[in-house]
Design a protein around this ligand. Structure first.
Ligand code: NAP
Ligand code: ZN
Ligand code: ZN
Length: 354
């Protein structure tokens, strides 16, 4: 075991603060990474505040991790010291079930091991995430970041990126389709970029007219303000696919009205209860509501390589780790453009001052 430093929540009510903890030594299949940047996902906020009633403390959040490989175990073939590497929401899974063997580790039938707010597969040690200086992860759960990708803008790809790329690919979004991305935050802004790169006509569906104007710079073809009843009525029946990133339970009925015959809406945001849906809104038009969770490791690498090929990165606002609690408050007010990323060099300064 060796000593690490990070920022942790000690319970649902206290702000995150400096924290020392131990990680395992690098095993034969492990990659040891010095963390350079870590994105701030809305899931970090949900879990540090126990919004999903499953939080384990102390909790070091962070699952949009990029860094430099500083050591590898004897059996590691995928990466070597000096490479840039990424770690997303998962650090392990059973590797044997039907989902794992189909490269869908996120749906592991024996529960995948989350990067934080979980326990290692021995059921004992807590996992600790990327708001920290170093991490040790089995090579299967590490992706390679090409040297051509800017690391700061690449960090959010590890969660916001794959969570939006995977459903767009699964529902075969492409040329000739009209796609709506609901909610312009970390996930939503990546959804716009991917849907556009895949060839779709993209509409940003937002509660904020001001943010909507920004969406055009992100590549959206149109903006639809969901609070504008007339505009929503005009857009009725016009979308093939909707990617819904709203982070809380909400009324889905107005959005279902936007779908065409056979249209589908994938929920990626709300893990908590959603308001009742009027059956007629699904039956009339043979519409579907589905869900989607992050992506498997092979697809995550595919998404990173797609970003390198198409020059896709997150639009980020860099923060110091000491600003994390203020960043959470801004996220709650939808005031993020469009992903906070922590510069981990600030961690040593914050830890020394604590
Ligand atoms: P975020 O950056 O805070 O963005 C969410 C956006 O949703 C907001 O900027 C806002 O956009 C819109 N919104 C917020 N509250 C709303 C409401 N009550 N009604 C309508 N729109 C609302 O969050 P994020 O990091 O993108 O994460 C979004 C959600 O996805 C979180 O719940 C997170 O836990 C979840 N998540 C799921 C997965 C998965 O695997 N499925 C992975 C990562 C994250 P506008 O201002 O444009 O309206
Ligand atoms: Zn996330
Ligand atoms: Zn499995």
């Amino acid at each position: 075991m060796f000593q690490c430093i990070g920022y942790a929540a000690q319970d649902a009510a206290s702000p995150l603060a400096p924290f020392s903890f131990e990680r395992r030594d690098t095993g034969p299949h492990d990659v040891h990474i010095e963390i350079l940047y870590c994105g701030v996902c809305h899931s970090d906020l949900h879990q540090s505040r126990n919004d999903w009633s499953n939080s384990l403390y102390p909790m070091v959040p962070g699952h949009e991790i990029v860094g430099r490989v500083v050591g590898v175990g004897a059996q590691v073939t995928k990466l070597k010291a000096g490479d840039y590497a990424g770690v997303g929401c998962l650090v392990d899974s059973c590797r044997e079930c039907a989902a794992c063997t189909a490269d869908l580790e996120q749906y592991c039938l024996n529960m995948p091991t989350p990067t934080y707010n979980g326990r290692e597969r021995n059921g004992e040690a807590l996992t600790f995430g990327g708001y920290s200086d170093q991490i040790v992860v089995d090579q299967r759960f590490v992706v390679k970041i090409p040297d051509t990708l800017d690391l700061k803008g690449a960090a959010p790809l590890l969660c916001a990126g794959i969570t939006t790329y995977s459903p767009l690919k699964h529902w075969k979004v492409g040329l000739g389709q009209k796609v709506g991305v609901i909610g312009l935050g970390g996930l939503g802004h990546m959804g716009v970029k991917f849907a556009k790169a895949l060839g779709a006509h993209v509409t940003m569906i937002t509660t904020s007219p001001e943010k909507g104007r920004d969406a055009l710079h992100l590549g959206a073809d149109e903006v639809l303000v969901s609070r504008d009843a007339d505009a929503m009525a005009k857009a009725a029946g016009s979308f093939d696919f909707l990617l819904n990133t709203i982070p809380v339970g909400h009324d889905m009925n107005p959005y279902l009205g936007l779908l065409k015959l056979d249209g589908a809406m994938a929920i990626v945001g709300a893990l908590t209860p959603l308001d009742p849906v009027l059956g007629a809104h699904l039956i009339m038009g043979r519409k579907s509501i589905a869900g989607s969770a992050i992506g498997g490791l092979a697809e995550t690498q595919e998404m990173i390589d797609f970003c390198a090929e198409h020059g896709i990165l997150a639009d980020i606002e860099m923060i110091a780790i000491a600003d994390i609690n203020a960043a959470y408050e801004r996220m709650l007010k939808n005031d993020v453009k469009y992903r906070f990323v922590i510069d981990m060099a600030s961690l040593k300064v914050a830890a020394a001052a604590a």
